[in-house]
Design a protein around this ligand. Structure first.
Ligand SMILES: Nc1ncnc2c1ncn2[C@@H]1O[C@H](COP(=O)(O)OP(=O)(O)OP(=O)(O)O)[C@@H](O)[C@H]1O
Length: 633
């Protein structure tokens, strides 16, 4: 029954609520999710507003928790006075309502308030609200351009998303619940002590001033170190995840354990920043302990002297001592919480700098979905230097007819991959434009652009999900038989049934390991080809698409690749020139410019860069009939 009751409270906040990035016309435009405030206080406030009522509830309950503590100590004082004035026989008769009231507050009132506090914190707020902060932060990061992820560690970013939810949630609940109940308790204590003897209130007021001063003076220090240690934690995660992700390179090349030193550096930074923070904490604790000692002695002396003078009852002394002892206990615990608050604030500051950054590559506000029916591609005076001012691609123009099959050839680093990445708008151009069927790709939505292009790359990394999910990644609504057909056409149906993961899932349900690590390069590539076959986009980009396949498998799927290309515009990159020699047209790139173009035979006849590359690949012999044999291949 209790569980059912608690579950009801869990649905009050939706952990996945977020602004919609779709415009009024129903089109999703990348980069248009409402940004999260970049200033820390505004960031916290932005989320606090999203859970207004539960948080107001927490505030009320926090106040009541502090109140009930103070009331209980006052009750103890009244009870002592009642005991003083009664005999065992008359106690119940004379003070029935006082005793009944105290019992009620202790048994019922306190239990109800603490229950409300628990439910608000643990059922309503904690899981849903914390997760909502993570969810919204994660979605903002996913809007970032490809470059953003190239420039950062995946582990560091993951840590930020994780931390920001925890820190913001903890910060808000600590302020509203713990901090507020403490403030209420202090306020009531000053009032109650004032009613017993005004001098006690004065001592307490001085104590509050001293406590506030300590917090004020030492807070910035803790905050600074809190932020640094949050950053250090992300650095450590980033480095550790980087080592784990590149475990093969580490094992193969790092016999002198330099990688350990790299990670150790990160840990050293973490230990140093944590030490600085803990030093500041010890300073604060010592100062508070001294202050508390002075406060307790002061109020104790005043209470006893007041009792000697007959101005304070024994009950008054009991109340005063009880309250200050509790305050002493609370203030230590509060320091711990303030320390947590400050560290959380530092963590939020640190994470906010990352999760609120505005994406640099966004759909234009008027972007329309691309309509790619024919697949004509036009590079019009394109310039792109990776922001470096010069190099890579300068003023390149290229027209690719609908259905034309074009091979890009050139030395390593000539800019072939860059050219197709620009078509996919993974980067924005620095000059010129690219048109698909007459539509500038900068003016269409990125989703629709990439949906119109099927890409198979050299190093296909798969998602750690099932084979089926990986194949259907570009078309999640695909029927099972379509997935099977695509696998068959990619020559993958042979090995898929033999797969088995450590959890015992087999065949299409088997998971492939992080980035598909448990498959061979050729198997991965065949899954990637199946994925593209299933996606059935009008434009195909094959970047070393068959490089990982042995000649036998390549020959086996070549037919299917040729069929896959039928009716589509194709841009293929291959270092093994024989695999693209049969394309309609070959474009030879050198230092980002087109230096030769034509079909295989024409280029050989030119006896330029292509011919020299070809000669080197065919063992230095150039004989007539090359083109034909290549085409036959
Ligand atoms: N993210 C990047 N930031 C900066 N420069 C880059 C980036 N990616 C590539 N480059 C540079 O751009 C140039 C072209 O690289 P690109 O990958 O397009 O060449 P490629 O012709 O595809 O080479 P390969 O045949 O070796 O794959 C290279 O000089 C490379 O160093």
């Amino acid at each position: 029954m209790m569980e059912r009751l608690l579950k009801r409270f869990e649905t009050i906040l939706d952990p996945f609520e977020d602004a919609d990035a779709k415009g009024p016309d129903g089109v999703y435009r990348s980069g248009h999710l409402a940004p999260l405030p970049a200033q820390t206080n505004a960031f916290i406030w932005h989320f606090a507003k999203q859970a207004k009522w539960p948080l107001i509830g927490l505030l009320i309950v926090g106040g009541l928790t502090g109140g009930i503590e103070a009331v209980l100590f006052t009750g103890v004082g009244w009870l002592v006075d009642a005991l003083n004035r009664s005999t065992p026989d008359t106690l119940l008769r004379d003070h029935f309502w006082l005793i009944a009231g105290l019992l009620f507050v202790t048994l019922v009132g306190r239990a109800l308030i603490l229950f409300a506090s628990s439910v608000l914190e643990e059922q309503v707020i904690s899981p849903s609200f914390y997760n909502r902060i993570r969810w919204q932060s994660y979605r903002r990061l996913m809007e970032q351009a490809y470059t953003f992820f190239q420039n950062d560690f995946a582990g560091r970013l993951a840590q930020k998303v994780q931390q920001v939810g925890m820190a913001t949630g903890d910060f808000i609940t600590t302020v509203l619940q713990t901090f507020w109940s403490f403030v209420t308790f202090i306020f009531l204590t000053i009032t109650i002590l004032g009613a017993i003897d005004w001098r006690m209130s004065l001592v307490l007021a001085l104590w509050v001033a001293g406590y506030a001063w300590i917090v004020y003076a030492l807070l910035p220090k803790i905050r600074r170190y809190g932020r640094a240690s949050a950053d250090a934690r992300s650095v450590v995660s980033g480095r550790v995840v980087d080592s784990f992700t590149n475990i093969l390179s580490v094992k193969l090349f790092d016999s002198s354990r330099r990688e350990d030193a790299f990670v150790k550096d990160g840990f050293t930074y973490l230990v140093d920043t944590t030490r600085q923070a803990t030093r500041a904490i010890t300073e604060v604790r010592t100062a508070v302990n001294i202050l508390n000692g002075l406060m307790m002695t002061g109020i104790g002396v005043i209470a006893v002297v007041g009792w000697q003078a007959g101005a304070t009852s024994a009950g008054g002394v009991a109340t005063a001592l009880g309250l200050v002892l509790r305050l002493n206990q609370m203030s230590g615990w509060m320091m711990f919480n303030i320390n947590g608050l400050v560290r959380n604030y530092g963590t939020i500051q640190d994470a906010v700098a990352t999760v609120t950054r505005l994406p640099t590559l966004v759909d234009s506000p008027e972007a329309r979905p691309l309509v790619a029916t024919r697949g004509a591609i036009r590079y019009d005076d394109v310039t792109f230097h990776y922001g470096k001012g010069s190099g890579v691609i300068s003023r390149l123009s290229l027209d690719i007819r609908p259905g034309e099959k074009v091979g890009l050839v050139g030395r390593s680093g000539a800019g072939k991959t860059t050219l197709v990445n620009l078509l996919l708008r993974l980067y924005d151009l620095e000059g010129g434009r690219i048109l698909i069927d007459g539509q500038d790709i900068a003016g269409v939505t990125q989703d629709s652009l990439r949906a119109a292009i099927g890409v198979v790359t050299q190093d296909t990394s798969l998602l750690h999900r099932s084979i089926r999910d990986n194949i259907a990644f570009g078309r999640p609504d695909a029927e099972d038989e379509d997935v099977l057909l695509a696998a068959e056409r990619a020559n993958a149906e042979g090995f898929i049934p033999t797969l088995r993961d450590p959890k015992g899932r087999t065949g299409y349900a088997a998971h492939v390991g992080e980035r598909g690590i448990k498959l061979s390069g050729g198997q991965r590539q065949r899954i990637a080809i199946a994925r593209v076959l299933l996606k059935d986009a009008p434009i195909l980009v094959l970047d070393e698409a068959t490089s990982a396949l042995d000649s036998e498998v390549e020959a086996a799927i070549q037919d299917n690749l040729t069929r896959m290309m039928a009716g589509k515009t194709v841009i293929a990159i291959a270092h093994r020139l024989s695999t693209i020699a049969a394309m309609d047209r070959l474009i030879v790139l050198d230092e980002g410019a087109i230096v030769e173009e034509g079909d295989h035979a024409t280029l050989l006849a030119m006896n330029g860069l292509y011919a020299s590359l070809w000669r080197r690949q065919s063992g230095g012999f150039l004989f007539s009939g090359d083109a034909e044999s290549a085409a036959a291949e």
